[in-house]
Design a binder for this molecule. Sequence first.
Ligand SMILES: Cc1ncc(COP(=O)(O)O)c(C=O)c1O
Length: 394
Amino acid sequence: MVARAQSATLPDRVRHRFPILERLTYVNSCSQGALSDAVRAAYQDYLRDWDEQGSPWEYWVERAEAARSAFAALVGAGPDEVAVTTSLSAGVSALFSGLRFEGERTTIVISDFEFPTVGQIAHAQELRGRRVVHVPEAGDATIPLEHFDAAIDERTALVAVTHVCYRNGSRVDVEGVVRLAHERGALVLLDAYQAAGVIPLDVRALDVDFLAAGTVKYLLGSAGLAFLYCRADLVERIRPTSTGWFADEDIFEMDIHDYSPSASARRFEFGTPPIPNIYAGLAGLEIVDEIGVAAAEEHIRALTSRLLDGLDELGAKVVTPRDPDRRGPLVAVASTDEHALVAALGADGVVTSSRDGNVRLSFHGYNSSDDVDVLLAALARHRELLAQRPVRGA
Ligand SMILES: Cc1ncc(COP(=O)(O)O)c(C=O)c1O
């Protein structure tokens, strides 16, 4: 992925590619990225190829390999370190099924910011005799490093941490967690679903052992496509028991007499690749590349600052941490009735979503400062549904 220094021209150079932005104020990329002309065309291309060529499997498998390379480029990995999966759940399940828990190392440490995917897969390992330890958040929607420090020890096999929390927009100090985990001999899995596409990711710089994300949100694809990165030297140490024929060393040998997983991260894959979603995902990744991940991050930072100023004027209670290094593209605002607020905003043409008592407002490179102003005006109209910030001294 090429980082582009074109932030000055965002959102204008991409906005026209997303028809929904002509009709609605779309601030819900944390849930689903907006549909672009390119992704719509990609689905049509899939139908055309299927219709005209019947079963062009060679080309379709080539497309899956193109997705592998695009994901690898996105996170600074090699293609052999990437599994193309149908969901984050699929990649993480395969990984956990093959993780070795040697000697005393039987504990999985997970942050309290994890999405259910990681939380539930981790707890499923209790059926295999593993222990799960949670790292609690502080009262201010952050998880201080000291909390990880207290939870990770010589019994920890793996630490699972999320980059940006889907509930409150808090951005975890990944480098700090990795340092602590590695000092104590534990591996680290990063769930980067709420970051990929709008926060530059480099697995070497972050020094994570595993990273997973998918195309539904800021990667601007659709459901049904995700990936798992596994550091090259770890691949052959992990032998997934949750598996499928596309994980085999020679898929087309059609061997039913043994288990011989691929020497690459393809061993974390399952069955027939999700071809339609791969067409769409590749188109989404191309648009992400055109926008530029670093440019998107810088642009979004300006939009979130504008939003936070406006929210302060409204007296709203912002749940997301204020420190720009501790937040990403998502701002969570406390509501007295988040479902009613999402519905009221929706009726005003402003698309948002909610989790955990908060309305979630999230931006991408295609959002404009006008979007922020329209959103703020709508929030002002529905002020009674915003939880008010406690007044100092009151
Ligand atoms: C942080 C995070 N992880 C995982 C997921 C879900 O992943 P999947 O449905 O692909 O398992 C989501 C959202 O859907 C998410 O926000």
